[in-house]
Ligand binder design. Structure first.
Ligand code: DLL
Length: 432
């Protein structure tokens, strides 16, 4: 078993000591340099000396995306701009983008976090990495790029999109690793098939997929489509970008790099701390970031934490695969539904392709949910009866999982919009 850094396997006592020291330093710094935290801590009657160890994390104030927006663009930075060497921003569908900054040390740390993930996936300097995450303000492209170089691998900076070119390079440059969103991987595989190219015929052996929720069923589909190992990478711009957490080969959850980002799980409504193994909103405190150290950032991602040691030897805390965000959770007639739950049912059905969209509407003051899913090639020439049979089967499966009647519509192959980055799976007509 190989690791990138010693900190991945330290004893829990040593980890606690590392975290406590780093937290104290961070709290001192933000108190001195970020008026937002200075004021918040004063309101709570907290002095930096009150935070003695990681156990005192719970006394610190939370930070939300709105707080970042309110201090747009650089108001929460803890270093002067002359020390900032990189700026990224998350697009966000509404309002201002969220701006994040990095010092030289932050970039070095980020490279190491990516190298940790890639090492756990079995990627080495001998690999050729086709980096199909978008380059630009999005953290995916440059984050994985610098990490790949740091590892010593050869990175192809193709960015997202340009699917025919992706396929050409996969074939001609001998890429052994591809990094992109899982939905884009499916799209590349599908395009290869349409061009008469077997997606299993390339040298690819590992895929590094993240930036959006994807189910275990989606993982199986991608693995069998390309004949590769599909590994999960998690992260968010406000905390770092890609590289906050990663799958290991044991696949018992994602290891969080908790010597840099300390996780907590809270009840999203009451903000009460949950115990390990309980599901709730993931919160991160960045204890080594220089430019933008955020205390108790509410991610909106829903997951659980596990502290027992993984068979891989890492002592980094694990979290469940993130299957949804609290703001993506659909509340349909009082029932909480995550798109990923629907995905896992659809992908088990042989007659459908892994492309779907959820359409929400309100009819006579009642929420309705329709699931449009593509039929596999050839299905549409079948009798209407067999289409109806498949629709009914999915409706029944969804009913037994969710207790909710969902209208399922099989649509013709290649009619649902494909994505080159994060997939858009929800059309909410109620918001109009
Ligand atoms: O998506 C960073 C990233 C780039 C991660 C490339 C992995 C690979 P944001 O655009 O700020 O950052 O979006 C962050 O995406 O809060 C999750 O809701 C979701 N997300 C990211 N990775 C995963 C994953 C990047 N592996 C938001 N599984 C996060 C599920 C994920 N959701």
């Amino acid at each position: 078993m190989s690791y990138w850094q010693r900190e991945e396997t330290v004893s829990l006592d040593e980890k606690k000591a590392i975290q406590s020291e780093r937290l104290r330093a961070t709290v001192n710094r933000v108190y001195a340099h970020v008026p937002f935290y200075h004021n918040k801590m004063q309101e709570l009657g907290l002095e930096p000396e009150d935070i003695k160890s990681i156990d005192d994390l719970k006394y610190l104030p939370f930070t939300t995306k709105q707080d970042l927006r309110d201090h747009y663009p650089y108001g929460l930075f803890a270093t002067p701009m002359e020390d900032v060497v990189r700026i990224h921003a998350s697009s966000g569908t509404t309002g201002q983008p969220t701006v994040v900054g990095y010092t030289k040390n932050d970039i070095t740390m980020w490279q190491d976090m990516i190298a940790r993930c890639f090492t756990a996936y079995g990627i080495t300097k001998h690999d050729i990495i086709q980096n199909a995450y978008g380059y630009g303000l999005f953290t995916g492209g440059l984050g994985c790029h610098y990490g790949s170089e740091h590892l010593g691998a050869a990175v192809i900076p193709i960015s997202g999109g340009n699917t025919k070119k992706q396929i050409q390079l996969l074939q001609e440059f001998g890429s052994t690793v591809i990094t992109c969103t899982p939905s884009y991987a499916l799209y590349i595989g599908e395009t290869m098939k349409n061009m008469g190219i077997d997606p299993r015929s390339t040298k690819l052996r590992v895929g590094v997929f993240g930036a959006e929720p994807w189910s275990e069923e989606m993982r199986e589909q991608i693995e069998s489509l390309f004949g590769i190992e599909a590994m999960d990478i998690y992260g968010l711009s406000e905390v770092l970008g890609p590289g906050v957490a990663f799958d290991c080969k044991k696949r018992t959850g994602l290891h969080i790099n908790d010597d840099h980002f300390v996780p907590e799980i809270v009840d999203a409504d009451t903000l009460e701390l949950m115990t390990n193994g309980e599901s709730g909103e993931l919160v991160f405190t960045m204890i080594t970031k220089e430019a933008l150290p955020i205390l108790r950032y509410r991610t909106r991602d829903i997951t659980k934490l596990y502290t027992d040691k993984c068979e891989c030897g890492r002592t980094l805390v694990r979290m469940d695969k993130v299957t949804g965000r609290s703001d993506d959770m659909l509340i349909i007639r009082g029932v909480n539904v995550f798109p990923s739950q629907i995905e896992s049912i659809i992908l088990k059905v042989a007659e459908t392709a892994p492309h779907y969209v959820l359409i929400l509407d309100r009819v006579n003051n009642l929420d309705t949910l329709e699931v449009w899913v593509e039929a596999r090639e050839g299905m549409f020439s079948d009798a209407i009866k067999s289409l109806e049979r498949v629709e009914k089967h999915i409706t029944n499966e969804l009913f037994s999982l969710l207790g909710l009647h969902v209208k399922v519509k099989l649509v013709e192959p290649r009619t649902i919009e494909r994505s080159e980055g994060k997939a858009k799976r929800i059309i909410d007509k109620r918001k109009k």
